[in-house]
Design a protein around this ligand. Structure first.
Ligand code: C5P
Length: 222
């Protein structure tokens, strides 16, 4: 886009997976590549925004003009995001681990002598986007919903429960889009005059999809 329609705006974006330590050598994580969040960061910077990208562990180059802060766990990601607030727009694209180990072992966990299994105790991680959206000085807040079934029902309930301004729903059950892919399709859901409104966006590169999402956001930014 040639329009610098985000000039003067500060945007904070989370991207990639989080990694939750079990012991000094092992962790829980997921398959998020970070590509959608990095595409959004590149698009925001190209449109003139000041962009802070809070990134979990990914192997992607930092987009030009973007300030990147690397984090590992969900708790670190929340602290990094909170240290950058207030901002005008928050986009939560990270695939944050819902749980972390109740206790991180100080030394490498050992197999037992017998053949019995191992039970890990997990506790809930903080919900980063819900925490940001609950603030008195909340930015315009955009979440993502990656679902494998009942896409719009689940996305619609996340929109309300997390008090988001917009949710980007994408179907991750299909191999040609979503996780790890360079392409994605999505449906935008938002509330307007007590109704849930929807706008499907066709399959396209994540970079172009990022601009399509931002076109919608810019129209509604206070
Ligand atoms: O994991 P879930 O489907 O609930 O994620 C929906 C949205 O919430 C995404 O935008 C994700 O980045 C955000 N999220 C978060 N912190 C969490 C879990 C999810 O910010 N602990």
């Amino acid at each position: 886009t040639i329009h610098r329609d985000l000039a003067g705006r500060h945007v904070v974006i989370t991207a990639g997976p989080t990694r939750e330590a079990l012991d000094p050598v092992r962790y829980l994580s997921n398959h998020s590549s970070g590509k959608m969040g990095y595409a959004l960061a590149a698009a925001c910077a190209a449109r003139g925004a000041t962009v802070t990208l809070v990134s979990g562990p990914v192997s992607l180059p930092t987009p030009p003009g973007v300030e990147r802060q690397d984090v590992t766990s969900a708790e670190e990601m929340l602290a990094a995001v909170e240290s950058r607030l207030p901002c005008d727009l928050f986009i939560a694209c990270a695939a944050v681990a819902d749980y972390r180990a109740a206790h991180v072992a100080e030394h490498k966990l050992k197999k037992t002598e017998d053949e019995s299994g191992l039970t890990l105790a997990l506790v809930r991680n903080p919900d980063i986007v819900a925490t940001v959206a609950a603030r008195a000085d909340r930015p315009f807040t955009v979440g993502f919903a990656a679902e494998t079934q009942s896409l719009e029902t689940h996305a619609g309930s996340k929109l309300e429960r997390k008090r988001l301004d917009l949710i980007v729903a994408n179907d991750v059950a299909r191999g040609d889009r979503g996780f790890g892919s360079d392409d994605n399709a999505a449906t935008l859901l938002w509330r307007e005059r007590d109704e849930t409104r929807r706008q499907p966006l066709p399959l396209q590169s994540k970079r172009r999809l990022a601009d399509a999402i931002l076109d919608h956001v810019v129209e509604r930014l206070p």
